[in-house]
Write a protein that binds this ligand. Sequence first.
Ligand code: PLP
Length: 406
Amino acid sequence: MKIPFLQPNPSRLSQLGAELAQIEDSGVFSNYGPVNTRFERGLTDALFDGVGGCVTVCNATIGLMLAIRHGVDAMADRSARGRAEAGRRRYALMPSFTFAATAHAAIWCGLTPLLCDIDPDTWLPCREAEDALLEQYAGQIAVIVPYATFGNCLDMERYDRISEEQGIAVVVDAASSLGSLDVLGRGFGTGSRHSVVFSMHATKTFAVAEGGVIYNADPDALAAIRAMGNFGFTEPRVARLPGLNSKLGEVTALQALAKLAEFPSVVEHRIALAEQYARALPGWTLQKMVGRRHAHQFMPMLVPASYPGTRAGFLDELRHHGVGAATYFSPHLVEQPYFRDTCVAGDLRVTERIASRIVALPMSDALTCEHVRLICTLLRELAPLAPPTWVAADMLATVAALSAGD
Ligand SMILES: *Cc1c(COP(=O)(O)O)cnc(C)c1O
């Protein structure tokens, strides 16, 4: 068996010769060009019911930086109270169970990540943990950056409420959520007036190369973010906003446009694989999913307590049998030296338990249900959950022998 963990599958530029020639002939290679505009509109129509809009970015990490800076500034500018409180608000509330990028983005914005625990079933940020930190750090939190864990869907109304009541900005790290549908069957994030940031990295389900998208249903927010991503220019070469350069080139936009066309079948295929995993691993702890459909970047699960060895041993066994696997997100943030030194952490008991046992299993456009069947057979051999049948037979024999001796 030789099954890689991920097999990045961006659309093939080599088959887009005519479109590439068009870009070359147009002389427009970046600066929110025509291909980029077609992609932004197409994505909004296909994934967000045409509600709101998107701005592309060169990657989701820069997208998070932009969105956090924009969200925090906009909240401070909203009222006299906002302006007065801005100086005290220096924390970015986020889970420790996320990718390094979430924390890095907040730190680049001059904020200190305040790390909360996750829910034991959905692995989304834990409500009680967030509420406890919101209370403990009242008036000091500038932004909440919940992570939509592995494409799972967050309760966006809850964050709207917190934002409204407590004057806190919200930016959603939805890096692996393009293609996930919420409980109402809408693309995750649809209608949100807080920025929702998606990644199009080659390893994500919406595989491009480097790239990302900021979604927001508020056209003013989107216009400001677009300007901030182009040096803060609100008119040619006049900076009126904090700026950087986060633009996506036309060639990458072309790849994104091609991925959009094939995306429904990519998501369908991965859902079939995830269902196959779930069917073949009864009793194993998989992520509890919220929402109608998920874009499955990979297949996370917990090493069963019945496995006699360590997680490292479990991964070695998988490798030995030719199955690629990974440990997203272990180490979680506060286990990494840079974040230990720069972040503040709340109680992380659930995060520690989940992170220490998590293993991400293979998922890709090229993976087949037969591959999944083979992987699951191997897993069940490594860590049998129910007592093997010979134990039951043995016990029956013992009982029989005891009865006979009466
Ligand atoms: C992939 C990922 C990112 C970063 O996305 P890039 O486009 O690679 O910058 C951020 N957050 C999470 C949770 C991710 O999984």
